[in-house]
Design a binder for this molecule. Structure first.
Ligand SMILES: [Zn+2]
Length: 188
């Protein structure tokens, strides 16, 4: 359970009122990537995976993609339809399930692994998560480092998990999302 952030406003904010067209978020800047596939027919999207990436967008390489990218200014770009399977997780396991690409949404934060992220990025992430919760039955959010421990380290120790937990706790749709118990430690 997420604990409320004592510094957060007592009232629940109404959220960004972002809208979907299929699996595309209308308020995001759309930069469609060719790197995606179909989700398995029975997939229920119940996980959001947070990454950090320092490469300029579009230079992921041939077989890497995420659904979203959040710039240092908090702009949200979308590369892949959320109804489709992006290739961001690789070999991974979380909440008792493997192959996290099948049923997760990947969000890349612009930044260097291990260094802090901008307030605008946390705000965008909060809005993005609330929008995702309006369309997908998400119940879990974790870092790449949690779902692929030993292999990946992003977003790393510069990401403020208690801060995100506090932001998500302000919205009914995301308040019950399960976050890693402690940064860098997978749940058991
Ligand atoms: Zn990653």
């Amino acid at each position: 359970m997420a604990k409320p952030d004592p510094q957060a406003p007592a009232t629940t904010t109404m959220g960004p009122a972002w809208t979907w067209q299929g699996g595309w978020l209308q308020q995001a800047r759309h930069l469609p990537s060719p790197n995606f596939g179909e989700r398995p027919a029975q997939a229920l999207v119940d996980l959001v995976v947070v990454h950090s990436i320092s490469l300029p967008p579009g230079e992921y390489g041939l077989e890497v993609s995420a659904h979203f990218f959040v710039t240092r200014l908090g702009e949200v770009w979308q590369f892949v339809d959320c109804d489709a399977r992006a290739w961001h997780a690789g070999a991974s396991s979380w909440r008792g399930k493997d192959r996290c690409n099948d049923d997760s949404i990947g969000i890349e934060l612009e930044g260097l692994e291990g260094l802090p992220f901008e307030s605008a990025q946390y705000a965008a992430l909060e809005n993005l998560c609330e929008a995702i919760a309006a369309r997908y039955p998400v119940a879990h959010l974790a870092g790449h480092e949690h779902i692929a421990p030993g292999r990946k380290r992003d977003p790393g120790p510069g990401f403020d998990w208690p801060r995100l937990r506090g932001l998500l706790s302000r919205h009914q749709a995301t308040a019950n999302w399960q976050l890693p118990p402690r940064a860098g430690q997978p749940s058991t």
